[in-house]
Write a protein of this length. Structure first.
Length: 82
């Protein structure tokens, strides 16, 4: 399956969680597990979340990475289809 349309991505900016001292992984995992078929999650982070990309890749998710503004990173996640 190719990447879903941009309108099918839910947005999660983890910078606000990190600013509050919260660990963003539980929120990310909850959101990706709730994704409907053909939907995706857009994560905005202040650093490249390589461990997250590897973790979700091992759970059947595809990803696309873009460098965002002000040193941020934008990562798109969606389920692989067989």
């Amino acid at each position: 399956m190719s990447m879903p349309a941009m309108s099918q991505f839910k947005r999660l900016d983890v910078r606000t969680l990190l600013d509050r001292g919260e660990e963003p992984l539980p929120a990310i995992l909850k959101r990706v597990q709730e994704l409907a078929a053909g939907a995706g999650l857009l994560v905005i982070a202040p650093f490249l979340p390589s461990p997250l990309i590897e973790l979700l890749g091992s759970q059947g998710f595809e990803s696309k990475v873009e460098h965002g503004e002000a040193g941020s990173w934008i990562v798109y996640f969606w389920r692989k289809c067989d």
